[in-house]
Design a protein around this ligand. Structure first.
Ligand code: 8OZ
Length: 359
């Protein structure tokens, strides 16, 4: 069995290790969705990750749900991302862009012409988002029409193409944590009566069609999908996560994707329960390529996930945020910097580019 520090193949790439950097929302982009000036330094500092997955990045103006998150739909955004990718590549790293549409987790003040957010069904989430005035309840959404779904799929394709133009090594489709694709997957947020709702094979349709659009642009080995089968963050619930996600995973197998990335915790920052881990272990038996896990792992649990065959790679969020040289620290068994939650979302270099590496 592999260790965290052995290389692993992903598409045409050979990644240096199996310590991945999980996507982390940092809210330091400009109001127009152009990534901030410090982002190139921040990501390059973390280039020793086997793979960096960027912070969630909106595919369109309607895909935005929080203040100061980056996009990948305008030429200025693409230019800024290309400078970030270049700095990561110069430092020897590999980086995938995470493609994001928030669906109902948004607020009208963040959307074009103060629009209502879109969702599978007009069900408002009992959840909050960050807007100009601070935390606010999310707005009431409207159900996407068939043509709205098609336009959204076109947006995914364009965003995937923009990511390629910016020089990324690949893309990760965000189908986790209560955002648009997850809202379609899970029964609590999807009451549709058309071919995108009801039975599981219908609820997984938007994810499959998204993958198909992205594969019009990218080779399958350079595309990953992130899911959170037992996640309840953002007011999510599913009647039968094992059934829903077994169907999703078996269908995804048909596309030959590079990896599946599974958030194993019910809530951000909380640990995973036995049931969460059992669901993930089951999906692992179904999945045919690289299996990446995330959710409160430390070095020891990460090693054990690999040595027991539970996973092929481990994505670290908070630990990577606070430790730019995380793989080296884990390998040496060195002490870790503690993450500072007061600087997670928004702000400047403090808590972003000033965490020290080992000397
Ligand atoms: C925390 C705050 C805002 C967004 C996710 C993109 O959970 C997020 C997110 C996390 O996937």
């Amino acid at each position: 069995m592999a260790t965290l520090f052995e290389p692993v193949r992903l598409g045409s790439l050979v990644l240096a290790n199996r310590v991945f950097m999980a996507p982390l929302t940092r809210n330091r982009a400009h109001a127009d969705g152009v990534p901030g000036e410090l982002a190139a330094t921040y990501y390059a500092q973390r280039a020793s990750a086997g793979l960096i997955v960027t912070e969630a990045t909106q595919i369109s103006p309607m895909g935005k749900g929080y203040i100061d998150t980056p996009g990948i739909h305008s030429p200025e955004q693409v230019r800024a991302w290309s400078r970030i990718v270049e700095s990561v590549h110069k430092s020897g790293g590999r980086i995938f862009l995470q493609l994001w549409h928030v669906g109902r987790i948004s607020h009208s003040s963040l959307l074009p012409n103060n629009a209502q957010p879109v969702a599978p069904s007009a069900i408002r989430a009992n959840s909050q988002t960050l807007i100009a005035t601070g935390l606010a309840p999310v707005s009431e959404p409207v159900a996407l029409t068939a043509s709205g779904i098609n336009e959204t799929l076109d947006d995914y394709r364009r965003a995937a193409s923009n990511a390629k133009e910016a020089g990324f090594d690949g893309v990760e489709i965000h189908a986790a944590n209560g955002y648009l694709i997850d809202q379609f997957l899970k029964t609590g947020s999807n009451r549709r009566t058309d071919e995108y709702g009801g039975v599981t094979t219908n609820r997984v349709r938007l994810l499959m069609e998204t993958v198909e659009r992205v594969l019009e642009v990218w080779d399958s080995g350079h595309v990953g999908v992130r899911i959170s089968p037992t996640g309840s963050f953002n007011d999510m619930a599913d009647n039968n996560p094992v059934e829903t996600f077994s169907v999703a995973v078996e269908r995804l197998n048909g596309y030959g994707l590079g990896y599946l990335h599974v958030v194993e915790t019910a809530q951000n920052s909380k640990g995973s329960s036995e049931a969460d881990l059992a669901t993930s272990a089951h999906l692992r038996t179904l999945w045919k390529s690289l299996y990446v896990v995330n959710g409160g792992y430390d070095g020891l649990r990460g090693e054990s996930a690999l040595s027991t065959g539970h996973a092929d790679a481990v994505a670290y969020g908070r630990a990577f945020l606070a430790n730019p040289d995380l793989p080296r620290r884990l390998q040496l068994g060195a002490a870790l910097n503690e993450p500072d939650p007061t600087t997670f979302y928004g702000g400047d270099a403090a808590g972003y580019t000033n965490y020290p590496a080992l000397t």
